[in-house]
Ligand binder design. Sequence first.
Ligand SMILES: Nc1ncnc2c1ncn2[C@@H]1O[C@H](COP(=O)(O)OP(=O)(O)OP(=O)(O)O)[C@@H](O)[C@H]1O
Length: 248
Amino acid sequence: MTATQAGTAAPILVAEGLGKSFGAIQVLHDLDFRVERGEVLGVLGPNGAGKTTLFNLISGDHAPSAGTLHFDGRALTADPPYRRAQQGIGRTYQIPMPFSKMTTFENLLVSASFAGRKRESETYDRCAEVLRECDLWAHANTPAGQLTLLNRKRLELARAMAPGPRLLLLDEIAGGLTSEEGKQLVDLIRRLHARGVTIIWIEHVLHALMAVATRMIVLNFGELIAEGTPHAVMDDPEVQRVYMGIEA
Ligand SMILES: Nc1ncnc2c1ncn2[C@@H]1O[C@H](COP(=O)(O)OP(=O)(O)OP(=O)(O)O)[C@@H](O)[C@H]1O
């Protein structure tokens, strides 16, 4: 799906009044936003702004302290992570933790099974398809702990893709790569998007994010401070001040 097709149907995700506190510390405040079907929504913000916490609320790793989330029109708030994976939400983690002694293919089987794929042949076929899609076919039998950094990133994406998500959450997946490796990862993310997967992408590697994002939101101290096209957001003086330290 292309950016121009985004927004033609009901939003895939709607957050209303979303908040999260850890004890006395409020990390997310009263967030309202929508994610349109088919878009790549970039999420920016300084360290500690609450970006990963937002993903944890969407994936079900944490429960919100306030507000609601709807995915495909259905309230998500009480569903645990495995059920959200079954419903079509996949995510990567900032610190990938594959089963390092298991092969790439076995890691995908675990992810696909977690999300409730039951029939063995169907699961194998799906994992083989994802391995090819994520440029990991040649490494199907390599233990995850022996993969290069780029292939570990591909595996993290592949694990998230194995259950067949419609919404994919990417948490700082581009960090630490050379510029050539970064291009290969961006190409892969573009291909997954072109297959119809809606993406929300937290990223500090701005040129990678800007190459793919169709829209961006910016968080600062848990509040939404800007929203718009990537270029409009990057030109916003408030974003430049809080994110890049540029005073007007
Ligand atoms: N489980 C937790 N218990 C207590 N505080 C937490 C917990 N998880 C996150 N926080 C705090 O919430 C704030 C937001 O953290 P979060 O990881 O969401 O930020 P972030 O925007 O993703 O930052 P970064 O760009 O560094 O990854 C931080 O102050 C963090 O210390």
